[in-house]
Ligand binder design. Sequence first.
Ligand code: F6P
Length: 357
Amino acid sequence: MKRIGMLTSGGDCQALNAAMRGVVKCLINSGEQYEFYGFLNGYKGLIYSNFRMLTGADFSGILTRGGTILGSSRVPFKTIREPDEDGIDKVEAMKQTYYKLQLDCLVVLGGNGSQKTANLLSEEGLNIVSLPKTIDNDLWGTDMTFGFQSAVDVATTSIDYIHTTADSHGRVFIVEVMGHKVGWLTLNAGIAGGADIILIPEIPYDIKKVIDAIEVREKRGCRFTILAVAEGAISKEDAKLSKKEYKEKLQNYTFPSVSYELADQIQKKTGREVRVTVPGHMQRGGAPDPYDRVFASRLGAEAGQLIIKGHFGYMVAYKNREIVKTPLKEIAGKLKTVSPDASIIKEAKMLGISFGD
Ligand code: F6P
């Protein structure tokens, strides 16, 4: 009998359940006997030994269900070595839970910070297999994360819907897209939704160029302009500030987000009516799309294979259209950003999309 622990950590996304189901189905179908321990609310469940024993039945009917049946939470990596409010050593506590339950492997489904903690636990001697989860698609070592395509669908639908009302009223619209510090989601949803201007953190914008792009469209007789703006988009001026100066600026910042600052600037400089739409956490919600169901199931099955073979300390990843295993130590702490020189940026520019640069 082998004992497998499982947890989902960080911001949730679509297809977490599909991925866990993939792992469990693969193991059950291998013919060996397994016991499954689901830790509740991410690493917190492992720290405080808060878990539920799961059977195959728990994973039945969850392929299409969004969210996570285990719950999730954020335990920031930068605080992982700090004792909690009761003085508990979090890393020691996680190891104790693992050893107490005599686990053979811990499966971690997580994004950037969660992979760092997974790597730390692996370095501490635990058997870890991880899966790449995040709508941001910013994990190093994999071309794609599950959740991303479903989030692209939601963000694209938001931009699609905005078209008709923007046209009716002849307005400038800003659709703010998630993605934390990277622009993958905005870039893909922006192109898919036919946005006229796309602003992402990796390409700081010049507000004059943004205004120019709006005015060029107006002169061509276009009634509306749609901007897809990443929540982390940054102006050229702000990008030049030191970390300290930027922090100071944010302390006196009166706008809810960069989109509202842009809306204010565009309205003042063009006299046009500008509206902001923020789909927000809807981008992480709902059922996974078919792509993510297939992708997460495949990743889950391959993670199951790693467990069967006893290959630990890896994240299952997608590279050059193949599912591979990537050592956790190689990916932990690295961010996959959009290169301003990427062909997708060049092609988007050929299509007439402005990046405000
Ligand atoms: O990392 C996923 C993500 O949805 C980011 O795109 C976003 O910046 C962040 O999480 C939001 O976090 P929270 O759910 O804690 O508000």
